[in-house]
Write a protein that binds this ligand. Structure first.
Ligand SMILES: Nc1ncnc2c1ncn2[C@@H]1O[C@H](COP(=O)(O)OP(=O)(O)OP(=O)(O)O)[C@@H](O)[C@H]1O
Ligand SMILES: [Mg+2]
Length: 242
């Protein structure tokens, strides 16, 4: 009797093992979700692994995958911190002081005020954060931090700040790349429908987010005419004519 029990347990354990294995295989990382750019993914991973400081900035038009890269970095390094430069407050100083993070992600850095850009430059030069304010003063050092950042327009950063970063320009997608991205992000639809939407959107503004918005309205049995009609309606009412 004992023997049978043991056998059944082993069977269950084995089942669980394979179940877990399959789940692990299925779980996609954020980097897996980024279509293409295997070469850049390699650079980012190497920059993260290395012991030296390394500052990278992703530059590109809207929906070129810049924030996705920061999300991927945040997932790889759980100790990383993320700031949205459109909303820089003193809370950031508190977080830096408290956590002393070695990986700092700053999204849309060109939106940070001149004042914040200067603070960041000083930090990237010396590792020191020294800010005197009415309510609270900060003076601390984070050695060897790496900064990963994004921006649409690099010319809005001061030259000294630009020079602290290794720049990665994400070019506009070619049509083929655009269709591949659409296929990847619209997995609920068949590849041919996703690519059809991609081709149509590429003809207009080539914005991945727009393709995604069309894709969300498309149902399984829809064909090209339905997609065309949906897109026309969205375009007809999309412009603000006041
Ligand atoms: N290479 C890609 N692989 C997978 N999805 C992509 C890719 N490029 C763009 N996308 C899609 O486009 C959306 C926008 O990407 P992301 O937020 O990274 O753009 P961004 O470059 O940060 O744009 P913005 O300048 O407006 O902030 C993502 O949610 C994703 O669905
Ligand atoms: Mg972004």
């Amino acid at each position: 009797m004992r023997f049978f029990h043991k056998q059944r347990d082993d069977g269950n354990t084995r089942m669980k093992f394979f179940h877990n294995l399959l789940n692990i295989e299925k779980k996609q990382t954020t980097f897996d979700k980024i279509q293409g750019y295997d070469d850049i993914k390699e650079i980012v991973k190497r920059a993260l692994n290395g012991s030296d400081t390394y500052n990278l900035i992703f530059i590109g038009s809207p929906a070129s995958g810049k924030t996705l890269f920061l999300e991927g970095i945040m997932e790889i390094r759980k100790d990383a911190v993320y700031f949205d430069a459109t909303n820089m407050t003193n809370r950031i100083l508190d977080i830096l002081e408290e956590k002393r993070p070695k990986i700092i992600c700053i999204d849309e850095i060109e939106k940070a005020s001149k004042n914040w850009q200067e603070k960041l430059l000083n930090f990237m030069e010396s590792g020191r954060i020294k800010v005197d304010q009415q309510k609270k003063s900060y003076d601390f050092i984070i050695n060897g931090a790496k900064v990963f950042s994004t921006c649409n327009d690099i010319s809005r950063l001061s030259k000294p700040l630009q020079s602290r970063f290794r720049k990665i320009f994400l070019p506009k997608y070619s049509q083929e790349q655009f269709l591949n991205v659409c296929e990847k992000i619209m997995q609920k639809l068949s590849p041919s429908i996703a690519r059809y939407i991609g081709a149509k959107v590429y003809e207009t503004d080539g914005d991945v987010r727009n393709a995604l918005q069309v894709g969300k309205l498309v149902e399984r049995n829809d064909g090209p005419e339905d997609i065309e009609r949906i897109m026309n309606t969205l375009m007809r009412y999309g412009a603000d004519r006041k």
